[in-house]
Design a binder for this molecule. Structure first.
Ligand code: S3P
Length: 436
């Protein structure tokens, strides 16, 4: 498929918007609800390709999940920790790393059952050994291409034992897979991360009644005990800050803009973009702060700011803004001075190599970007000319390029624009509404 979108440069963004539900929390609501006892009510679910892949896989595992309709709450019936069925078909995770990695953790301890997981071209090239290896330490039997590192993955469900596992990368997907496996492993399982990654799994498992505790410096040691009796819950999913990020940056850099983004999840393990916006000197305010289902939320009012400052992103903040690097690269093009993104080698194993793809595509507008092994150096104060750019099938690249096009002189074309459906199917409608 190649859906081409044309975007006119100039104009501004004005109005109020409610971004779709959080992708990470949507996956987790389905997965944890599936192994709980009783019913889990889910409201605000992200009706996009990735979480719908998780729903389809769980249906094949015997979970009763109704047809999910956009903007309609629904209820699923959990099967308990031991109730998942051996599927008759291959589990297709589509483009979704979260689906594949979390399911690997969920299924590794389903004794006596076999599971095969596959994905699209991009997902089957992404590293799965980072999950397979720790699960093998727990007794998991996980196989795959390239010595178990790539999908298709086959899992022979096995008896697991609790372990202490230090993860070499700060990845919420790896951590979550180990914690889900820990629910069925004997004794206690402990994950130690090199830096804190998003903690939605910990929060949700706790809410469902798991015996989970957060220890150590900066909460990087997470300990879970096996055999919890998880009880179905009511989950209200806030808007995804990673989707809001496009409007937060667009309203900051496009002249004469003012956008109010309502009901955005503000979990502190996700708000690294706000730290960067502070150092850039962006003009924003957080309003209506509250908490829903154990997650902090608020509305974000963003107005254009002049003379934005160049910034450096490095170290422990990376996991807190990992999905925002593409749009922050666009932001850097319009700051005064040279910005630098370091310690971002994880971007090379996302849906695409996002460092390479963002540099390659933004250069077509005239951006001055150089690529390093672990990041990018971006010269600011760009004058963008219109260009024909390509998402290269990556949802966040597609949307970042759309925002970049607003700053270009003339009409730009975005190829494979449909990639945005992975996380934000209504992005183009929202863009039309705000730029009207
Ligand atoms: C996610 C974790 C992050 C993030 C991804 C969603 C999750 O990936 O990039 O979009 O839901 O746990 P990593 O765990 O690979 O950093």
């Amino acid at each position: 498929m190649n859906n081409i979108r044309k975007i006119n440069g100039g104009g501004n963004l004005k109005g109020e918007i409610k971004v779709p539900g959080d992708k990470s929390i949507s996956h987790r609501a389905l997965i944890i609800g599936s192994i709980a006892q009783g019913e889990t009510y889910i409201e605000g679910f992200l009706h996009s390709e990735d979480p719908l892949s998780t729903a389809e896989c769980l249906r094949k595992l015997g979970v009763n999940i109704p047809k999910i309709r956009k903007d309609e709450p629904f209820t699923i019936s959990g099967l308990g920790l031991y109730g998942l069925k051996e599927p008759r078909e291959i589990l297709n995770c589509g483009n979704s790393g979260t689906t594949m990695r979390l399911l690997m953790g969920l299924l590794a301890g389903q004794e006596g059952k076999n599971f095969i997981l596959t994905g699209d071209h991009s997902l089957n090239e992404r590293p799965m050994g980072r999950v397979g290896k720790p699960l093998s330490m727990m007794g998991g039997k996980i196989f795959g291409r390239e010595s178990g590192n790539k999908a298709p993955i086959s899992i022979d469900g096995n008896k697991l034992k609790g372990c202490v596992i230090g993860t070499p990368v700060a990845s919420a997907q790896v951590k979550s897979a180990i914690l889900l496996a820990g629910l069925k492993a004997s004794g206690t399982t402990s994950v130690i991360e090199p830096a804190s990654s998003r903690d939605h799994t910990e929060r949700m498992l706790k809410a469902f009644g798991a015996d989970i505790s957060i220890r150590g410096e900066f909460g990087r040691n997470i300990v879970i005990k096996s055999g919890a009796n998880l009880i179905g819950q009511k989950i209200l999913i806030p808007g995804d800050i990673s989707s809001a990020a496009f409007w937060m940056i667009a309203a900051s850099i496009v002249p004469n803009s003012e956008v109010l983004i309502k009901n955005v999840g503000l979990n502190p393990t996700r708000t690294g973009i706000l730290n960067v916006m502070d150092s850039m000197g962006c003009n924003y305010e957080i309003l209506d702060k509250s908490t829903i289902a154990g997650e902090p939320i608020g509305s974000i009012m963003v107005k254009t700011a002049k003379n934005l400052r160049a910034f450096t992103i490095e170290g422990d903040v990376l996991p807190k803004l990992i999905d925002e690097i593409p749009i922050l690269t666009v932001a850097a093009c319009f700051c005064d001075g040279v910005s630098e993104i370091k310690d971002a080698q994880e971007l090379r194993v996302k849906e695409t190599d996002r460092l390479k793809v963002m540099a390659r595509q933004l250069r077509k507008f005239g951006a001055e970007i150089s690529e390093k092994e672990d990041g990018l150096i971006i010269k600011g104060q760009s004058n963008f000319n219109s260009a024909e750019v390509d998402s290269e099938t990556d949802h966040r690249v597609s949307m970042s390029l759309a925002i970049a096009s607003l700053l270009a002189k003339g009409t730009s074309k975005i190829m494979k624009a449909e990639a945005s459906s992975v996380s934000y199917p209504t992005f183009w409608d929202d863009l039309a509404q705000l730029t009207n």
